[in-house]
Design a protein. Structure first.
Length: 181
């Protein structure tokens, strides 16, 4: 084999390795950028989560709304304080769900982080939402809160140990790449 053929094979191999390396790093960079978007969105929405008022409203919705209020009037039939708590809490999770629908937030990440809360809120408000749909004349279940309902369905399908498994997987990946000490 003459030296020009060997040289051409070597330069071609180097070029192929360079292209593959570039593709791998580009894909990794895109993934990092996507996660950076998720982090900023999650941080912004979770800032509300630190509010005492939000937790009081959350507790009210999950523990007392169905006991103290009749779902026959739907959401529109709730007294002002109950309606304020409903809107604050339900639309908070609806905001997350909307961002997931438009690909701005990973719905599995969201459902993993807020799984129990999403499911408990949906269980508490479901009768009110279903009645509100009827009152609005929305056939076939309607659209009112359907995105939140879908998020709650996804969250309910995740096994309770899903969070722990994701954390273990993350630790394993970081230790493989030497990122954990």
């Amino acid at each position: 084999m003459d030296s020009s053929v060997v040289f051409n094979i070597a330069t071609t191999a180097i070029a192929v390795v360079a292209v593959v390396t570039s593709i791998v790093f580009s894909a990794r960079q895109a993934r990092i950028a996507k996660h950076a978007n998720h982090i900023s969105v999650m941080s912004a929405l979770l800032s509300e989560f630190r509010s005492v008022e939000f937790h009081e409203q959350h507790d009210y919705v999950c523990e007392r709304l169905g006991v103290e209020q009749d779902p026959d009037g739907g959401v529109r039939g709730l007294p002002a304080d109950a309606k304020a708590a409903f809107y604050s809490v339900v639309y908070y999770y609806q905001s997350f769900a909307n961002l997931a629908v438009f690909g701005l937030l990973d719905e599995t990440l969201l459902a993993t982080v807020l799984r129990t809360r999403i499911v408990s809120v949906w269980q508490a408000v479901r009768p009110f939402v279903e009645r509100e749909r009827e009152l609005r004349g929305e056939a076939g279940g309607g659209n009112y809160m359907s995105i939140f309902e879908e998020l709650a369905r996804l969250a309910a399908q995740l096994p309770p140990e899903h969070v722990r498994e994701r954390m273990t997987e993350s630790r394993r990946r970081r230790s493989v790449f030497g990122l954990m000490s």
